[in-house]
Design a protein around this ligand. Structure first.
Ligand SMILES: [Zn+2]
Length: 350
């Protein structure tokens, strides 16, 4: 049984913007229906911080030109300057799918850590991330995971991570995604697996299918493509334009078929078009999986994506103490209003 638990709070201030008249500040606490983690929805916050989310175009242009010099992922360099797989793992040394080149990571973040360089272009605007480009990246990453599963089946927990531009934590500007695989799940995956199992034992049903049934065609539901359902989460993890996707009935990445990978790629591309229209240039995505060696009825492969601040001289970051160290969530506008903005955009472009 899914419960969307929220409670409204308020405080009184004498507001200097209204000649120090008494004013009421309102917000609400929302509990994530699976984990119980709090996310505070702060009305009006987006308007207050939005100036930090746009980019200084001149500064962005300088950054692109500066990082192009010596970029290891640009054509010409990628085959000369990036690591290769050892022949026992992959005879060809690198995996090629369309413009995607999959290579081992020079400094790994997990015991199996690879990169998918996505494009021949050094810089892409968010509306240049086509479904094909993203799909080729997924296909390259999947080819790696299939080989890994043959060679080292105990490394069961993969994630795809996409960090684009420095505000999203990327040290190399050139578009790429990471595939990290470990013998143990990342903390969020562990939490989702544990909580999903408890939910299933109590409710005799899957949290993920219950969530889709409850959200489908509601205020936060966005669209469905090829068995992949897209929505705005009730209590965002981070809150900067956060969108969630769920691949129904598939608990690990090796179970997804071509159509479902396309459903993920097309959905990401649609949301990135929306981010671009709103003036954003930077984003993060995580795609999480249950263990690759078994099917779990209580867990579905799922994705989260958020926009990040713009390129500015002030180096503003939304990774401040509250979300980063206190592990609480904040949404800068009501998730339902945000979902409506995306739906309006998609209706206008379809
Ligand atoms: Zn480059």
């Amino acid at each position: 049984m899914i419960v969307f638990d929220k409670i409204a709070k308020s405080s009184k201030i004498l507001n200097p913007l209204k000649h120090f008249k008494e004013d009421i500040v309102t917000f609400e606490y929302r509990a994530d229906p699976l984990t119980g983690r709090n996310s505070t929805v702060i009305r009006g916050m987006l308007k207050y911080v939005c100036k930090s989310f746009v980019s200084d175009e001149e500064l962005l242009g300088h950054l692109i030109e500066k990082t192009k010099i010596g970029c290891p992922f640009c054509p010409g360099s990628v085959k000369e300057r990036t690591p290769m797989f050892t022949p026992d793992f992959l005879e060809a040394g690198r995996i090629l799918v369309g413009d995607t080149v999959v290579i081992p990571n020079l400094l790994g973040h997990a015991e199996r850590s690879v990169l998918a360089v996505l494009s021949r272009e050094h810089y892409l605007k968010l509306n240049d991330f086509t479904a094909k480009l993203i799909l080729d990246g997924f296909k390259g990453g999947l080819a790696y995971l299939k080989r890994l599963n043959e060679v080292e089946p105990l490394i069961r927990f993969p994630v795809f991570i996409f960090n684009y531009l420095p505000p999203a934590g990327s040290s190399i500007l050139h578009p790429h995604m990471q595939v990290l695989a470990r013998d143990r799940p990342f903390y969020l995956v562990k939490l989702l697996l544990e909580k999903s199992k408890i939910y299933c034992e109590r409710s005799k049903s899957s949290y993920w299918s219950d969530l889709i049934s409850k959200e489908k065609n509601g205020a936060r539901y966005l669209f469905g493509i090829n068995n992949v359902e897209w929505l705005v989460p009730f209590a965002p993890l981070r809150g900067s334009n956060e969108v969630q996707a769920i691949v129904q009935g598939k608990s690990n990445l090796l179970e997804l078929d071509d159509e479902e990978w396309l459903g993920l790629a097309e959905g990401i591309s649609k949301i990135l078009q929306f981010y671009h229209k709103q003036g954003y240039v930077s984003f993060n995505i995580i795609l999480v999986s249950g263990p690759m060696n078994r099917h779990l009825d209580y867990f579905d492969v799922n994705l989260r994506m958020i926009s990040r601040p713009g390129i500015q001289a002030s180096s503003f970051t939304d990774a401040w103490g509250l979300p980063y160290l206190l592990w609480d969530g904040e949404a800068m506008e009501e998730p339902e209003l945000f979902a409506e903005k995306i739906k309006k955009f998609i209706r206008a472009t379809d």
